[in-house]
Design a protein around this ligand. Structure first.
Ligand SMILES: [Zn+2]
Length: 71
């Protein structure tokens, strides 16, 4: 697996300046003034490799879990 480094704060941007192929992960604590990561994303992804990994860890979508929660 290639090494993934944390994106630079210099790429951070606001919703109004956010463009296609820029990471949409919100790095600010306050949602009233959302600051987005803004790092370059890979084709077809909404997040840079760093945040993409974070997002996937946070919300595991395994079949086993889905089955257990069924009531
Ligand atoms: Zn990012």
């Amino acid at each position: 697996m290639p090494e993934i480094s944390e994106p630079s704060p210099r790429t951070q941007t606001t919703l109004f300046k956010l463009q296609a192929r820029q990471c949409r992960f919100i790095v600010s604590d306050e949602h009233s003034k959302a600051i987005f990561c803004g790092s370059e994303t890979q084709e077809g992804s909404s997040w840079c490799p760093w945040h993409r990994r974070l997002v996937y860890v946070r919300t595991p979508m395994t079949g086993a879990d889905a089955g257990k929660r069924r009531s």
